[in-house]
Design a binder for this molecule. Sequence first.
Ligand code: SF4
Ligand code: SF4
Length: 504
Amino acid sequence: MFKLFKIRGGVHPEDRKHFSADQAIETLPLSPLLHIPLQQHIGAPADPLVRRGDNVKKGQMLARSQGLISAPVHAPTSGRIMGVGGFPANHASGLSVRTITLKPDGKDEWGELPSVPDDPFSLPAEEIAQRVSAAGIVGMGGATFPSAVKLSLRKRYVLHTLVINGAECEPYLTCDDRLMREYSAEVLDGVRLMAKTLGVQNIIFGIENNKPEAQAAMRQAIEDMPAVEHSASAEVVGLPTRYPMGSEKHLVQTLTGKETPARGLTADIGIVVHNAATALAVYYALRHGEPLISRVVTVSGGAIKKPSNLRVLLGTPLEALIQHCGGFTVEPTKLISGGPMMGQPLPSTRVPVVKGNNGVLALTAEEVQDQPSSPCIRCASCVQACPCGLVPLEMAAQIRAGGLDASVKLGLMDCVSCGSCSYVCPSHIPLVQYFNYAKGELATRQRAQHKQNETKRLAELRTERMEAIKRAKREQMKKRKAEMEAKKRKEAEQQEKAAVGAEA
Ligand code: SF4
Ligand code: SF4
């Protein structure tokens, strides 16, 4: 029996997974236009390789990664590039972001894909990571951190365990549940390739107990898995249904009892966490040479006629998903990209599906239960709910009073924005919104400081360069002067010699 460890805080929101949990994954038909943002990951945006009018094949790289923390994007189908320009982002801001628009030609013709060996386990770890990077794979649980970077952590850390995050603790979402049920062998294959790349001996699938079918499917896949040389041992562990169990550090703590150091990585304690959907993407890249061009998305909520789990090409407008699900039964009060606890309110359904987009929710007024906030009654419910041991009411009070630095001292940067505090607050204070706002402000301030430092550094470099040029010029003049004087002296000597010779 696997020993689990209790973690502090957390909440039990109604999971509402019954809307879509029994809906097998369906493939959404092709949309007339796909909008593929250049930044669907944490890090630098990809650099476009195509222009308006170019014809592209399915799987062709449309934009390459820029640097280590970046990811390329690929054509989800064959067609013609309509342009590279601004398009509303799949983000609460709805700001315009650089996006490639592709008009599918309907042929869905694959371009040339990288050849794959019969046994990808024979590839060196570095090559597996390199292939994952070239396939544009990022954390598909929503974090969107480039997966190849995480797969290369063995270079800097001593690792022993790969944890597969199958918690899917956000209410409504069932896409990972369906993936583990329907693609268990493929998910496991991707996981074992990741374990080989990381050089770990143990694999733990952490799956919440409200997904017994996914637990059973993964256990069966482990039982059936063919033997692989140097293979890590794998087991499925049922987790208590408690939000935010899927938070990486809390998942690891529940499974191992070990706390990840503040601002540190789980790799500091020898563990790497990947999502089940990411493992499936690794399977496609290493077994079929296919880049990340689609994902499974849960479309759900009380305002959706037929909640579903859809395999969708990246870049597909959300309105196509909603239409496929029969549209709205009532006008939704709130549209969300992701889950209701950590997801982003959507400004419009025109925005496209991106790599980290695991859900689209259309919620009714009854589900949202938006209520006006009232003053804090200091009940401390938020403190009890916080899984990070923070004091949300104090942090929010500091932020309200403009004390950003004071809120940092109170632990703002340790907040995982899980929203548990807001969920339990009887005064309906939007605590997590304060924290997200403050983190955004601090990031802007940091960027401005970085820019200022960079400008100062460049100015100092320029001054140094100018000084060096001046010094070099002075040296040159000094040298030239010395040469001239030497020349003059020589000429004078020669003239003197000539004069003495003439006298003689
Ligand atoms: S839960 Fe709300 S009302 Fe209670 S202490 Fe926290 S902020 Fe105040
Ligand atoms: S949002 Fe932050 S402060 Fe609130 S419960 Fe979650 S971790 Fe704690």
